[in-house]
Design a binder for this molecule. Structure first.
Ligand SMILES: Nc1nc2c(ncn2[C@@H]2O[C@H](COP(=O)(O)OP(=O)(O)OP(=O)(O)O)[C@@H](O)[C@H]2O)c(=O)[nH]1
Ligand SMILES: [Mg+2]
Length: 338
């Protein structure tokens, strides 16, 4: 029996996500407050459970969690040939058996006879993804930070975003926590010069604050990080908390960067490693390096992480797009952005 975690804004949202992701056969085992807000459910996607498994779960909940909710739903029937073909296509882009069957069953249940299965499944996928909102906040400086493992495209992504913002005539500054690694500051400085933006390098023991980041007069500060959660996470958490306490003119929006080439276990590990950082969403990079990007898309749907940007190449001036539900559905169905 495999246990999955599903995050939602509140319990209703989390239950809907659990059902959408793992189907009507899902069993919700427990719920708890999620780090950074919302609700986290533990869910299994295999039902009915064996009697001894059900008993063990109930026992576990009664003894330690005290908040077990068990829900079970009927099983689904066979797919029509059209939906079965789309299901196989989903497997080819890296979707799991359980997820592809679940999304195709859902789409098939909603389809009218004249609908094309591919379109119906695309609509079903699009309805499940969350897109990160980035509203303009006049009078507030946004500190946008990309976190995640080393080499995943944090710096490149921030610079691409910087280029977009400069084209949109926003005033930007660059800042970095990556002050020790040989060449890292020089690289970011070269990008800052290219973008015509000032650069602040924060020392390893320097406390993050609007003053230290040079927020005055800037619309956005692009804050680069080291890729080491033990170093980056406490600093960002402390900064977020101090802004919440005393400063309404600066806000921190942190995004977790997932390369589309990651394995399911690597995605899980990095999400857990940065579990304390309140995330505004995620960025998916290296979409040009795989035709099987679906594990990352399943992962963000499962955890309810809103997607902000998609990166599909190394070029700073292009290959960086705002995520939309339609683009994400294309990725799941075709394995690439058209
Ligand atoms: N193919 C491809 N390469 C990318 C993409 N985004 C970044 N890269 C490349 O990946 C490599 C690492 O990118 P960086 O931006 O330096 O990654 P990082 O996360 O900042 O790495 P560290 O600073 O070492 O933690 C560079 O060669 C980038 O050009 C992408 O979307 N597609
Ligand atoms: Mg970097």
């Amino acid at each position: 029996m495999q246990i999955h975690r599903v995050r939602g804004i509140d319990l209703t949202d989390a239950l809907q996500r659990a059902r959408r992701t793992y189907g009507e056969g899902a069993v919700v085992i427990s719920q708890e407050d999620a780090p950074g807000g919302g609700i986290m459910l533990a869910v299994t996607d295999r039902a009915p459970l064996l009697p001894e498994e059900m008993a063990a779960l109930q026992e576990h909940g009664a003894n330690s969690l005290g908040k077990v909710q068990l829900k079970s739903f009927p099983r689904e029937g066979d797919l029509s040939p059209g939906f079965e073909e789309v299901r196989r296509r989903l497997i080819a882009t890296g979707c799991s058996e359980a997820w592809s069957a679940r999304i195709c069953h859902r789409a098939s249940a909603l389809a009218e006879p004249e609908d094309h299965p591919m379109d119906t499944v695309a609509t079903a996928i699009a309805s499940e993804v969350r897109i990160a909102t980035l509203p303009k906040t006049p009078g507030v400086t946004r500190v946008i930070s990309f976190v995640g493992n080393t080499g995943v495209g944090k710096t490149t992504g921030l610079v691409k975003l910087g280029a977009r913002l400069v084209r949109g005539r926003r005033k930007i500054g660059l800042a970095t926590l990556d002050s020790r690694r040989v060449g890292a500051v020089e690289q970011y400085r070269a990008y800052a010069e290219l973008l015509g933006a000032p650069l602040v390098t924060l020392k390893a023991d320097q406390v993050l604050s609007p003053e230290a980041l040079g927020t005055v007069g800037q619309d956005v500060i692009l804050l680069d990080t080291t890729g080491r959660p033990a170093h980056d996470q406490p600093r960002l958490v402390q900064f977020h908390e101090s802004l919440n306490r005393s400063d309404r003119t600066t806000r921190l929006d942190a995004f977790l960067v997932f390369p589309a080439t990651s394995s399911r276990s690597a995605l899980k590990e990095v999400s857990e490693a940065y579990g304390d950082v309140p995330l505004a969403g995620c960025v998916i990079t290296k979409l040009d390096e795989t035709r099987q990007p679906s594990p990352v898309l399943e992962h963000v749907i499962e955890l309810g992480i809103p997607v902000a940007f998609l990166s599909n190449g190394q070029d700073i001036g292009k290959n960086f797009q705002r995520a939309t539900p339609e683009l994400l559905a294309d990725l799941v169905l075709l394995g690439r952005i058209e």
